[in-house]
Ligand binder design. Sequence first.
Ligand SMILES: *[C@@H]1O[C@H](CO)[C@@H](O)[C@H](O)[C@H]1NC(C)=O
Ligand SMILES: *[C@@H]1O[C@H](CO)[C@@H](O)[C@H](O)[C@H]1NC(C)=O
Ligand SMILES: *[C@@H]1O[C@H](CO)[C@@H](O)[C@H](O)[C@H]1NC(C)=O
Length: 259
Amino acid sequence: MAVENLASNSMANISWLHGLLWWRNWGKRDWAISAIGFAVFVFALGFVSYSWNSDPDSNLSSSFHRITATDLVDLTLLHNATRRGAVCLDGSLPGYHFQKGFGSGANSWVLYIEGGGWCNTIESCFWRREIHLGSSKHMGHRVHFTGILSPHQAQNPEFFNWNRVKVQYCDGASLAGHPDNELRNGTRLFFRGQLIWEALMDKFFSLGLSKAKQALLAGCSAGGLAALIHCDEFRGLLPKNVTVKCLADAGKMLSKIPP
Ligand SMILES: *[C@@H]1O[C@H](CO)[C@@H](O)[C@H](O)[C@H]1NC(C)=O
Ligand SMILES: *[C@@H]1O[C@H](CO)[C@@H](O)[C@H](O)[C@H]1NC(C)=O
Ligand SMILES: *[C@@H]1O[C@H](CO)[C@@H](O)[C@H](O)[C@H]1NC(C)=O
């Protein structure tokens, strides 16, 4: 054991010595190449630290900006919803996240419906009651408003100052479920998407949607399908002189809807 250690120590000493000799043998050309390499390295290091330290509102860094308090938006539960039977799959209250518009966006609205597929069997709907897609008991209390919901002009130039809403999707069927389709054998699964949609619209009207000059109903995946399903209804709710558009992002499902 001791002999082995001694041997490896002396091996290390030899290679260190070899490195030193090799270093001393460097010619002018080697020195020049390594000097250029070192200069490039220092420059790159300086550039990286400049990017990290620069003003968070500058265009360069804001597309990668740090999460600030204004990006995190609290969940609001629709407390009046139970009275009208508008509940998530498990019977809990539906919810949404809202950030008020300001400046030139004060009377413009963007409503974004979260995706998450459908539940298409009794089992998958039961399973959903245990996650945020079927119960507000499992929804995050705060969400990060990014993309079309971001409050930063550099990241979201068109909509940053609009009234921005994220609808939490919890009925398992693109906000289209109806109590007529519920099981009547004691199974506690609520298919109330249409009622949730109506309760949400009443709420947003009371929050200022009634005074909108323009409104965009958007969503992704099952939320995109919800935007498609409710687009005409949404158009009909607002006066004719209000500009209304709908955006169904990846909302057309050609085959069996994934669980
Ligand atoms: C919700 O219910 C409360 C108390 O019953 C009532 O004051 C309030 O106006 C209702 N809100 C909506 C949006 O219906
Ligand atoms: C209720 O009906 C559904 C669909 O037919 C079935 O899957 C479920 O097991 C039934 N539940 C009870 C408690 O009978
Ligand atoms: C739409 O028309 C109504 C009634 O004339 C008016 O009060 C409202 O300001 C108009 N809204 C827009 C967005 O032009």
